[in-house]
Ligand binder design. Sequence first.
Ligand code: FB9
Length: 490
Amino acid sequence: MAEEAVLEYLQTHEEIVDSGEFADSKGLEHSDLLSVIKSLNGFRLVDAEDIKREKWILTEEGQAYASSGSPEVQFFLAIPPEGISREELQRRVDGSLYKIGSSQAMKNKWVELGKLLVSRKVESVEDRVRELLIKIKEGEGKDVDLKDIDALKKRKLIALQTWKGYSLRKGPNYAPKRMKAATDLTREQLQKGNWQELEFKEYNFNALGQPTEGGHLHPLLKVRQQFREIFLEMGFEEMPTNNFVESSFWNFDVLFQPQQHPARDSHDTFFLKVPASTQRLPEDYLERVKKVHESGGYGSKGYGYDWKREEAEKNLLRTHTTAVSSRMLYTLAQKPFTPKRYFSIDRVFRNEAVDRTHLAEFHQIEGVVCDRGLTLGDLIGVLNDFFSRLGMTKIKFKPAYNPYTEPSMEIFSYHEGFKKWVEVGNSGMFRPEMLLPMGLPEDVTVIAWGLSLERPTMILYGIDNIRDLFGPKVDLNLIKRNPISRLGVQ
Ligand code: FB9
């Protein structure tokens, strides 16, 4: 439509002087015409010259003054010749009009604002502002004195509007009708022989090939797989972690974590409303857990408090995958003992303050080794082996406290990149008050450790805000275009 109108017009006219007037004359949208002109100019069917025009237009406030008069004149006319009290005048003239009108009228020396009385200083006034605005509105802005223009612009009553258009003539490749450049030489064209009149599109040897789209793995899943392979190489079996909902019994009580421990408070733990509690707990085991909390046993004094079943029955979102480890060890204790190595990597939930590097959930990585006569030395040995497979050959340990392990150690690794020691996990030996009520043989000890999946992933992929890695605001391009990053390659 717009293209035909331009090419047809130029067939019988030297020039389209003004694209704006041309669009109006043909009932076209000027914006549509501009894109057609750019395309015709690009293929040299026309020669287009830029036209740039500037004109003053009224702002919304300027429109209001043009139709109802300037505030200073309205303010002046609201004052009767004998004067008026401020109070009465403020009742007659509304807030913003009073404020602008009174200050402008004072500036023009039209009125006198006494403490109580407001009076006129002149008999009558002209509304010059209104006259100027009407003149500009009618397109005679170029006849208005520059000083007046400045004054109106300063009061934000007018604004400069820039209009861009083109004048155009026939170009070197002009044709009354644009021939669509052929992109293929077809059998039919060869047979008909009309290939000789065709115009073929130029090859674009710089065109990029279509990007091949495929699936993309999330960085967390790629790093999880690397940890999984490390554990499998070390002879560990993966634990079934497909239950985010757990009872307080398996998440806390069996770990000998006392019921009044702060971590069991709803400020740190997500408890479920429905179903609020579990009914299915192993009764005989529950009695042994109750007893070890209240009065100890197995050489332990216990905590000496009244252990409550209803507290243990509360359902929650597991706060650590150690809840799964406890289930696995209990199951292991129900049959003749065989040494085992277990691992888990899955989501855990904590009702804690979120920040750039912490959400209310994370993926915990946990390793557990269960055998007769394991010592702290075995734990240190397996940790050195495990972390060295991640490329962390310089690690050290710091005594720590966990309710369910004794002794416990924090694990630190020297990061060559950051030139500093970085905390990379926590570990310990599960307490006898946890293992013996399960029914494990007395000489069986269990060493375990844990770390998060997000921390190494964020360091590996150079991500400093956890929301760029996990959650609804993740940029899918990060998923598509993240580099291959391997653990163990510093
Ligand atoms: O992952 C952690 N840090 C880490 C790990 C790897 C890493 O690799 C980089 C490539 C170089 C970098 C950093 N941490 C544990 C230490 C800190 O980040 C800590 O601030 C955050 N911790 C989480 C818990 O925070 C609420 C990380 C998470 C954590 C901590 C402890 C355990 C599991 C996860 C545990 C345990 C445990 C202990 C004894 C027995 C069984 C399990």
